[in-house]
Design a protein around this ligand. Structure first.
Ligand code: HEC
Length: 240
């Protein structure tokens, strides 16, 4: 169902995550609200409080669609994995909802003190900076992986299906089970066997999802293997 949405976007030429395209909307609303309040307090221009209030209204209205897209991206690109930056983002987004609601309710009071509004806007600002921090970490963690023509197809598959957990060829769950030094890279057969049905070294099921042919075709898996072996693989692990 979720994959269908992304296929639909891909058909019109949009192949990126959906959430980053929207994040600037609520973040921008909070930023504008905050700076207007700073001016309102420093230069004693109470009329700007109304403008600030309206900016916070915009941030509030756009928060839910942004969160919804974030949840979709999380399901699609990270297979809904319950990883730390995601936990932080969900907690901060929930807190932002509460903070913006309070700001909107308190901001309606007729004789509200500008300083109170400034404090509320500041809290919202710190919150969106935290959201940006963890979001940026998720996206740019993969920066150092070099794109090259020959392995572009495989690189794209890696970005779409693996990079969330295997940032820079590592492993965010088990750093000692890094992709770049995995014994499964020995041959394509071992690799595909593992990816279709991954297990932890002791044979039990770990957090890595199964990649069925419907999710990852044989051709995609081959491109992916070429990319991983030629561009990510570092050393063969000898200690396992
Ligand atoms: C949701 C997180 C997640 C995603 C997405 C993911 N992996 Fe993994 N991967 C893991 C975890 C956790 C392990 C440890 C084994 C397990 O969980 O079964 C692992 C282990 C591996 C290993 C073995 C590493 C070793 O040294 O033993 C390989 C190879 C691997 N993954 C390849 C891939 C490839 C290729 C993709 C993309 C098609 C992918 N993984 C997507 C989390 C993930």
């Amino acid at each position: 169902m979720i994959d269908k949405i992304y296929e639909l976007f891909a058909q019109i030429g949009y192949v990126h995550p959906l959430h980053p395209a929207l994040t600037h909307a609520p973040v921008g609303g909070v930023m504008v609200g905050f700076f207007l309040m700073v001016v309102a307090v420093l230069w004693r221009k109470p009329s700007l409080m109304t403008s600030s209030y309206h900016a916070i209204c915009v941030a509030f209205a756009l928060l839910l669609p942004t969160v919804a897209m974030g949840v979709l991206d999380w399901q699609h690109y990270y297979s809904g994995a319950w990883i730390f930056p995601i936990q932080m983002k969900i907690a901060l987004a929930a807190l932002l909802f509460v903070l913006l609601s309070i700001t909107l309710i308190v901001g309606r009071k007729p004789n509200l003190r500008p300083l109170t509004m400034l404090v509320l806007c500041s809290l919202c600002l710190v919150n969106v900076m935290g959201l940006g921090y963890f979001g940026g970490g998720l996206i740019y963690g993969d920066r150092s992986a070099k794109k090259e023509e020959a392995f572009q197809a495989g690189h794209q598959v890696f970005i779409n299906h693996c990079s969330g957990c295997h940032v820079n060829g590592g492993n965010i769950f088990y750093p000692n089970l890094a992709l770049h030094s995995a014994p499964q890279l020995q041959s394509y057969e071992t690799f595909i066997g593992f990816v279709r049905n991954p297990t932890l070294p002791d044979g039990t099921k770990g957090p890595m999802p199964n990649f069925t042919p419907a999710k990852l075709s044989d051709q995609q898996a081959r491109d992916l293997y070429e990319y991983v072996v030629n561009r990510l693989a570092k050393t063969k692990r000898t200690d396992s």
